[in-house]
Design a protein around this ligand. Structure first.
Ligand SMILES: CC(=O)SCCNC(=O)CCNC(=O)[C@H](O)C(C)(C)COP(=O)(O)OP(=O)(O)OC[C@H]1O[C@@H](n2cnc3c(N)ncnc32)[C@H](O)[C@@H]1OP(=O)(O)O
Ligand SMILES: CC(C)C(=O)C(=O)O
Ligand SMILES: [Mg+2]
Length: 515
């Protein structure tokens, strides 16, 4: 029977310490429900003494969220423990987590206390916490820089005082995996009562080693990992929950441990944390980044099409990502194009691959990603036709100020015909998009809107990139202008022109079928 490693999520406590604006009570409740769906064992949700709002948030989560143990953080101080105990009163399984630093640096400069003073404070706090719950965790802050002998002494006394979990934080992300594993080994071999408590680890990512250190500690016998979704947390962040959970799932053969995490809930949780915390995930982030299951180069795409596990060690659905992505770029090869076209209903006889691939590379070099509608246009117009665009911008006139509703008037030609419409909106861009919608007679769903300044200083141009969805398909439009509303309108008109072209392509397809 393999050992279970407990997952202690601290997104709502250590994770929150990294945010520019603290989470509201409602944000915390929403995230707490999401985190509990991951089936974590413990959820640290705040620091009740720190503010009345955090006290209320911890209290509400303790009352409302069932499943994991609900934990609050407290310094080794009576008022902190009391606030924590009161806030957690409604929890089915309350855990009080109390901590104090043990490294010489923190003792001398921050706490200005001796090791013995700190041990006494820890003992008093653990005993006080036990009046509220029998589940008490104690952390030796900055354990990573604490001498072994001191650490053993503190841990021994904390367990004797009644702590049921002992946490060994690498608070400043200083240790390397072998050093960190050695600390865990040393404690297991030199603290007589160590088996009376669960040994936990809490790693920070200052040198990018939080995940590696946590796994090394598990290999050395630790049985709880403290971590956060997307790895958010103080400074460079904490150990990332999704990474350690998936390492232990995918490499159970090697590590011989398991967790209770429901991995299919990971992606949803990651997206929600990124949105609510306003901390976007980097595209190349393991497990949850936009590119984690995307393949862009021809050799990889060919491999994945032949056998998915050639370049994917786990299926995207395992972590709740709906599907992998095969991006068509100038690094793509013929196999992926053929595959995509067959998904779109084309057979090899419908096109000349050599000719198509030449046009494809030309276009991909120009614009980066080639979309379905580009591929179809290349087939039907042989090469991407620089045909006259049906919709042309004549003018855009927008106004907005802090006191009134934004409005815009847009004038466009539709072939020979001229048309203009006005609309109001939350901002001038939205108003202009609504005016375009009225002119064209159909609405698109904007999935991504990206505005960047191109150039330097005040003479920069605004470049707008839009990804919009119409009739189940995505279209990409780009617009460049000194005025950001005009750049947005140009990008949107490009989208409408691509939709128009896709429609013409579809008519041609129908005619070919009929003929
Ligand atoms: C490694 C970590 O992540 S620890 C958790 C960090 N999280 C936070 O700090 C977020 C919440 N913090 C807060 O809201 C505030 O800092 C509070 C309410 C806790 C304290 O606020 P203040 O009383 O104004 O103190 P301040 O934060 O300026 O200084 C911290 C004090 O706590 C002491 N202290 C620090 N850690 C501990 C501890 N574990 N046990 C006891 N005392 C401690 C410091 O020595 C300092 O004491 P001093 O005033 O005697 O010098
Ligand atoms: C409070 C403790 C566990 C902490 O966050 C740290 O040491 O990093
Ligand atoms: Mg921390």
């Amino acid at each position: 029977m393999q050992d279970k490693v407990w997952i202690f999520d601290t997104t709502l406590r250590d994770g929150e310490q990294a945010l520019k604006a603290s989470l509201t009570e409602e944000d915390k409740i929403q995230l707490a429900h999401t985190i509990s769906r991951l089936n974590v064992d413990v959820m640290e949700v705040g620091f009740p003494v720190s503010s009345p709002a955090d006290f209320r948030a911890v209290q509400r989560i303790a009352n409302e969220v069932k499943g994991p143990a609900i934990c609050g953080l407290a310094r080794a101080m009576p008022k902190d423990i009391e606030a924590c105990g009161l806030a957690l009163k409604g929890a089915q399984q309350p855990r009080i987590h109390t901590f104090i630093a043990t490294s010489p640096l923190h003792l001398q400069h921050k706490l200005r206390k001796s090791l013995d003073d700190v041990i006494e404070m820890a003992e008093r706090s653990i005993k006080q916490a036990l009046q509220y719950t029998d589940d008490v965790e104690f952390s030796c802050e900055d354990a990573g820089r604490t001498p072994f002998d001191d650490l053993c002494k503190v841990v021994d006394r904390a367990i004797r005082a009644g702590a049921t979990t002992i946490n060994i934080p690498d608070t400043v992300g200083y240790t390397t995996p072998d050093e960190y594993a050695a600390i865990i080994h040393h404690l297991r071999n030199n603290v007589a009562n160590i088996d009376k408590a669960r040994l936990s680890v809490h790693c920070h990512n200052d040198l990018g080693l939080a995940v590696a250190n946590s796994i090394a500690a598990v290999q050395a016998g630790a049985r709880q990992i403290e971590c956060t979704i997307n790895g958010i947390g103080e400074r460079a962040g904490n150990c990332s929950l999704e990474e350690v959970a998936m390492i232990m799932k995918m490499r159970q053969d090697h590590l011989k441990v398991h967790t209770g995490i429901r991995s299919e809930e990971i992606y949803r949780a990651s997206r929600q944390v990124a949105t609510i915390c306003n901390m976007p995930v980097q595209p190349n982030k393991a497990i949850v980044g936009e590119n984690a299951f995307a393949h862009s180069s021809g050799i990889h795409q060919d491999g994945v099409l032949k056998a998915q596990n050639t370049y994917e060690i786990m299926a995207p659905e395992t972590v709740g990502v709906p599907n992998n992505q095969l991006n068509m770029t100038s690094r793509s090869g013929r196999h992926v194009i053929e595959h995509r076209l067959s998904e779109l209903g084309y057979q090899a006889a419908d096109y000349d691959m050599d000719q198509l691939y030449t046009s494809f590379l030309e276009l991909a070099d120009q614009k980066g990603t080639v979309y379905d509608y580009d591929l179809e246009a290349m087939i039907h117009f042989n090469k991407l036709a620089e045909q006259d665009e049906f919709y042309q911008l004549q003018f855009v006139n927008a106004s907005s100020n802090s006191q009134s509703i934004a409005s815009a008037t847009v004038g466009m030609s539709l072939g020979e015909e001229l048309s203009q419409e006005a609309a109001t909106g939350n901002g001038p861009v939205e108003a202009a998009f609504l005016a375009i919608e009225r002119i064209t007679g159909h609405a698109v769903e904007v999935i991504e809107y990206n505005l960047e300044a191109t150039g330097q200083g005040a003479s920069s141009l605004g470049q707008v990139n839009i990804i919009a969805k119409f009739d189940g398909r995505q279209y990409h439009g780009a617009g460049l202008a000194s005025d950001v509303v005009e750049a947005s309108v140009r990008a949107m008109i490009r989208v409408y022109n691509l939709i128009d072209r896709a429609r013409k392509v579809s008519d041609l397809k129908q005619q070919r079928k009929a003929g």
